[in-house]
Design a protein. Sequence first.
Length: 415
Amino acid sequence: MKDIGSISKNAGAAPKAEYDICIVGNGAVGKAAALALAQIGLRVTLLGMPAAPASAAAPDAWDTRVYALNHAARSLLSTIKVWDALDQARVAAVDGMAIKGGTDSAAGNLTFDAYGARVDALAWIVEEGNLNQALDAALKFASNVRVLSGRVQTMQVDAAAAALRLESGELISSALIVGADGAQSWVRGQCQIGIDYRSYKQRGVVANFSCERPHHGIAYQWFTETEGIVALLPLPGQRVSLVWSAPEALALSLLDEPLSELAARLSSLAGDKLGRLQPLQPEQTQAFPLSLLKTHALVAPRVALIGDAGHVVHPLAGHGMNLGFGDVAALVQVLAERGMHRDCGDASVLARYARARKEEILLMQMTTDGLERLFGADFGPLRLLRNAGLNLLDKVPVLKRQLMAHAVGRTTDKE
């Protein structure tokens, strides 16, 4: 969610807290946070922008925006009774990954599989609509959550509480405000939390295709020399979802060309692995800008940031949503363990949340940014070095298991 309110100065004193938590932002991360926090007995308000009129779409159309959810994300969604509410016929398990360090025969290769990771799947591909429908259904039965929409005019914070004044005149007071309002977070701006921002000068081009041959649950990824990073993720049946992190000029070209031409490009890239690709009906291509966003802090007085409000990473590892759900799990844990003498906005409680998230967020930012720089460099000796590194890593089981443990949402290998 973007631009939920106009920028304004904090003013006056906040009244006594009516709620424990006010979450600003009605995306998947904000909704999951509302459900999880209510589940531990907290009084929650979930505030989002007024919904735009939904565009008509074919009932069986596949979303172009999908998420690769790992085990930690699935655990959170199961805890809040959302995972089983998903339309499981539209969820695809990722049983393996095949990564190639280029497009020629000499490029390095790295493979992962669920058996080697000792799990039933490496991840699950879930459509944005499927996820949000399940979250919305769960919210209807959440007795501790008040869901409302509106634009915020001001935010006030003092020693006792925080409050949001809506354009309607309503004042929402709470012990803690959770900013879940996206990369252009209004809440973060009100707290004057600085950011370090880097545009990758790329766009993520997304579309869906049928494939002539079964994908066997394999997610394919190619690091090309000059055309960015191409990923084909498994969907149920003989279908795949494209996420192409393409340079700006190429992305615009891909958006302009017929999907049949894009399908031909992908068919050539995948070779005999998937056979001929064809666009799914109705044909649809979208793109979104790619960037790296590091916040100077994850908390402020009576404010905590989660999801893209607190961090944005390159999508090459598919962990943006997983990081957001990790924020939710950490925030729920520190609030559940805070003790009865501390309210939800207590500074020491928020400091524990920030410490709990620092390592994972920093590691993911460094990993995705480093890989993008490494594979984005069109320099002959460096290409040879990275291809050799991929081949070597593929042959070192201990390192592969550690990478897989992190990818599936475990911090250590439990062998």
